[in-house]
Design a protein around this ligand. Structure first.
Ligand code: PMP
Length: 314
């Protein structure tokens, strides 16, 4: 039987509480989904140094505040207290493995008011094991989705809301049904936007290119990490600009990236092979720089890693 992954504690409305005590009434969930905004954050265990870090926690919490503001939800006071409370939660749960942290903000039905400033918002954070795939030697086979990416004038892609995920999921189901690993979404202008739950990057003639922030993409934390590592660690030329559909097929290398997705090399798009069809050499170097940064194996950017306090054994 599969081992239960339920951690002993989670964080609910400002307090670390036993997992079983963080409950809502069933009716509270009925409309919560349309207003839910959230963050997915990773913490990595380093077996060599026996230390654990949360990666770019402050940036994720700032984006959560941004999502809350942009959907005009009442701002819970405790968002930034998670800077200290999430490391404590991981320590309290005794976690020593790669972990995914969800932080979710949603109004509950009973307390839902017609005026946003009267709403009382629930804020929940929980943890679950999520092994890293950064060592895998597999290039993905993607297709251009027939679904276009939601646009800024419909449901802003800059807001990380669960409702936006319906768009990604439609493309994922379509692509998998057609025998691909996943989709690439074009935006309303027919230009490249994103992968499912991930940012798109390509390499042409040694330049790293990603769609600009007007291309209907999420302001991804991993996108920022990659742009900085490419510039600072690999001295690559990096460009943020619009990318046309056909230019995709001309890429020497390409990959998707995101907090949960990490770095996913792309071998083919619409069955057209990119480069060798295997993981490209620059993608490999970038992925390795990323793997070292998240696990604290390189000196790069110590401010990106929030250490988990060691548990006292006595
Ligand atoms: N785009 C979308 C639509 C996403 O949902 C995600 C995952 N959060 C990303 C990009 C990657 O963002 P991040 O690097 O901040 O996880």
């Amino acid at each position: 039987m599969a081992e239960s992954v339920t951690p002993p504690y989670l964080w609910f409305n400002g307090r670390i509480v036993p997992w079983a005590s963080a409950t809502l009434h069933a009716t509270d969930t009925i409309w919560a989904g349309i207003s839910t905004v959230f963050e997915g954050i990773r913490a990595y265990w380093n077996p060599r140094t026996e230390t654990m870090h949360i990666f770019r926690l402050a940036e994720h919490l700032r984006r959560l505040e941004q999502s809350i503001r942009l959907i005009r939800m009442a701002m819970p006071h405790e968002v930034m207290t998670l800077l200290e409370d999430l490391p404590m939660l991981i320590a309290r749960n005794g976690i020593r493995e790669d972990t995914y942290i969800r932080v979710v903000a949603f109004p509950s039905e009973r307390r839902m008011a017609s005026r946003a400033d009267e709403e009382v918002i629930n804020l929940l954070a929980d943890t679950a094991p999520l092994p890293s795939h950064l060592h895998e030697d597999r290039a993905r086979h993607l297709m251009i989705s027939s679904f276009i990416r939601i646009s800024d004038s419909i449901m802003s892609p800059l807001i990380k809301s669960t409702a936006n995920y319906r768009n990604s999921e439609m493309g994922v189901r379509e692509a998998q049904h057609a025998g691909y690993d996943g989709p690439i979404f074009l935006n309303r202008l027919g230009e490249v936007a994103e992968g499912a739950w991930s940012t798109f990057f390509m390499l042409r003639n040694g330049t790293l290119i990603t769609p600009d922030l007007q291309s209907d993409v999420l302001e991804s934390v991993t996108r920022d990490t990659m742009l900085r590592l490419a510039d600072e660690e690999l001295s690559l030329r990096v460009v943020e600009r619009r990318i046309g559909r056909t230019e995709l097929y001309l890429a020497d290398e390409a990959f998707l990236c995101g907090t949960a997705a990490e770095v996913q090399p792309i071998g083919t798009i619409d069955r057209l092979t990119l480069g060798s069809g295997e993981i490209g050499p620059i993608t490999r170097r970038l992925r390795s720089a990323y793997a070292q940064a998240v696990r604290g194996e390189s000196a790069a950017r110590p401010e990106w890693r929030v250490p988990i306090p060691q548990r006292r054994t006595s």
